[in-house]
Design a protein around this ligand. Structure first.
Ligand code: ADP
Length: 486
């Protein structure tokens, strides 16, 4: 198959969260399986620099809107067996941010509307054209809409589309009238497609029009059919019936490997956990903590209500009393972690709040922490808990979405438990699970080390999940082909 991905992020070039990791690791896994794979991403200045590209050095592409035409350049290069098409457009993507978070750039509709149109131009010009295009989250969600309304004779008329939902909470909402400006046909602007609550909802359009809909874990695929998790799109999702599937994300296990990780001061693996204690001591020293046998809790996250970071902040005084050390790497909505922000200046030896994106430090936190806190209110898949498991760092998670699919509670499953799981998204729930973590640390270190080793055995490579993707993509291709070939 010729598989194309249209996405707003791709590790290692640009990454905001897990979507970037997935687009950086699934396409190479598909290429290793013998598929021809193309990834289309915006040519952010940062991406072009990271890929060693000279600005302006590519094939011209032009997309016209009623009041303006934007010209861009398509950079084409190979990365891990994958053809990357990075579409440069300085006015729209030459700025430092990706989405302009937390509020989002005011022209995001124009930016990603242009990007999708340009991406389809670039894909339509390939020989052979893709058999199937995967659209990743709202920035790419107009791909299935445009493909579903492609006129006869369009080069992508026989191409199937798959809407991949990494996070239903971000939908791409814009005024309906703007749809016409972007070149969407009127027929797509009604309640049967893009319209939702009087606005144009890109993700809804993607869900309704895609040949197949995928999300990133089996549990999340069930949860989003309910009003509690559906973010207003549960009815649209239910309408797709069996066309919706959940497949657990894989990890780039070459990048996330404590035995070879260049960011760690010392390598370790499940047979040599002593290396981990050195990584912990180095991390304590780096953060200005007391170096010694204190339970170290790591958090690497976007600071967002989704991630339950407010719950971590709420239990911080209690963790400090138990001689816990807490490092939180992440930025976003600061008021959510106010108790932590307020305490940090007085507890410099026990609290480190690092409010930035820092890949090397993230690796050292995964490597050097005893426990990883991830009390998400919802979690489509979550890669951080998988990374923590690979680094022998025991995850403390809420039972939801991909966390429920990857973390097994040690008290429910004494034989093969790999973490601590709680149900209720409140400080009591997290406090209860964290209390069990502290008890293991204090009273049963041998069992704790066994739990670490169990987690380090889990297989989070793409091997299994890439096969499951294959099956869904094959099905999507078959569904579109007979209709157009008839
Ligand atoms: P989400 O995609 O919802 O943000 P995931 O757990 O799926 O959550 O993926 C998060 C990814 O982003 C992980 O690879 C994590 O290590 C990384 N990450 C998040 N915040 C930071 C940060 N401040 N610095 C470095 N890496 C980060």
């Amino acid at each position: 198959m010729h598989i194309a991905h249209v996405a707003p992020e791709m590790a290692p070039f640009v990454k905001v969260g897990g979507l970037g990791d997935v687009v950086g690791s699934l396409p190479p896994a598909q290429a290793r399986d013998g598929h021809r794979v193309t990834v289309v991403v915006p040519g952010y200045a940062k991406l072009l620099a990271a890929a060693g590209r000279t600005p302006g050095d590519g094939t011209p592409v032009e997309v016209g809107f009623p009041t303006a035409t934007y010209a861009g350049v398509v950079h084409s290069f190979e990365h891990q067996g994958v053809r990357v098409l990075a579409i440069e457009q300085t006015e729209l993507f030459g700025r430092p941010g990706i989405y302009g978070n937390p509020e989002g750039y005011p022209d995001n509709g124009l930016r990603f509307g242009w990007f999708v149109r340009a991406a389809l131009e670039a894909l339509g010009a390939l020989a052979p054209v893709p058999d199937v295009v995967l659209a990743h989250d709202w920035p790419a969600a107009l791909v299935p809409v445009f493909l579903a309304s492609a006129p006869a004779g369009h080069p992508l008329k026989g191409t199937a589309s798959v809407m991949v939902i990494h996070n239903l909470a971000h939908q791409g909402l814009f005024p309906l009238e703007f749809g016409g400006y972007l070149g969407l046909p009127d027929a797509q602007l009604g309640p049967g497609s893009l319209e939702g609550m009087g606005l144009m909802n890109w993700l809804k359009g993607g869900i309704v029009n895609a040949t197949r809909v995928l999300t990133v874990s089996p549990t999340y695929a069930h949860e989003i059919l309910t009003p509690a998790f559906g973010e207003g799109l549960d009815a649209a999702l239910r309408s797709r019936g069996s066309a919706l599937t959940g497949i657990l994300n894989g990890l780039d296990t070459a990048t996330w490997n404590p035995a070879t990780d260049p960011h760690l001061p010392r390598a370790f693996d499940r047979d040599h956990l002593e290396g981990k204690w050195q990584v912990k001591a180095a991390l304590q020293e780096e953060l200005g903590f007391r170096v010694g046998d204190y339970p170290l809790f790591g958090i690497v996250t976007r600071v967002d209500a989704q991630k339950g970071v407010d719950l971590v902040a709420a239990i911080t005084p209690w963790l400090l009393e138990a001689e816990g050390q807490i490092v939180l790497l992440g930025s976003g909505h600061r008021p959510l972690i106010k108790p932590l922000v307020d305490l940090a200046p007085y507890w410099t030896q026990s609290i480190a709040l690092v409010e930035r994106f820092d890949e090397p430090l993230a690796h050292r936190i995964y490597g050097g922490s005893d426990f990883f806190l991830m009390p998400s209110r919802f979690e489509p898949c979550g890669l951080s808990q998988m990374i923590a498991l690979r680094y022998g760092t025991v995850p403390v998670v809420r039972r939801t979405g991909g966390l429920a699919d990857t973390v097994r509670d040690v008290d429910e499953r004494p034989e093969d438990g790999n973490g601590l799981v709680f149900e209720h998204a409140d400080p009591g729930g997290l406090g209860w699970a964290t209390g069990r973590a502290l008890a293991l640390f204090r009273d049963d270190r041998a069992r704790l080390d066994r739990i670490r080793r169990t987690g380090m055995l889990d297989d989070f490579s793409w091997d299994g999940s890439a096969r499951l993707y294959d099956a869904v993509l094959e099905e999507a291709v078959q569904r579109v082909r007979p209709a157009t070939e008839a």
